[in-house]
Design a protein. Structure first.
Length: 129
């Protein structure tokens, strides 16, 4: 009887740790997508591409990275904005979780979904080739 209780608890903890590791890996992918979107926009803008086209191509590059990285993302969104002397990209995606209620532990408003957000900024003028 004790073995069953302890083994169920152990398996639950193990699955939670694995799910947390997957969430962390996906968070890193979202941050990398934001970084790549901002970098692409800065390099293109600094080399003569118009601001609108640079922002659009940076956004598309970030979304491409999110789609390429994992199929687990739902509703990936990348925005690229320029303000002051900086180009800032924000990437957002939602990810399903294994256990109901685990989302609350990770700060989500939904029990089985967590929103991952990444943000990156580059100074204009650093992307000249």
């Amino acid at each position: 009887m004790e073995f069953v209780t302890v083994s169920l608890l152990l398996v639950t903890v193990l699955v939670c740790i694995v799910n947390l590791g997957i969430a962390y890996r996906n968070k890193v992918a979202v941050i990398a997508a934001a970084r790549e979107a901002a970098r692409t926009a800065v390099v293109l803008h600094d080399n003569g591409v118009s601001l609108g086209d640079a922002r659009l191509k940076g956004k598309l590059r970030g979304e491409e990275m999110l789609e390429f990285a994992f199929d687990a993302f739902q509703d990936p969104v990348v925005t690229v904005d320029q303000s002051g002397g900086f180009m800032t990209a924000t990437a957002r995606a939602t990810m399903p979780l294994v256990f109901p209620g685990f989302g609350y532990l990770l700060g989500s408003d939904h029990p089985r979904i967590i929103e991952l957000t990444g943000k990156a900024s580059y100074r204009l003028g650093e992307g000249r080739v």
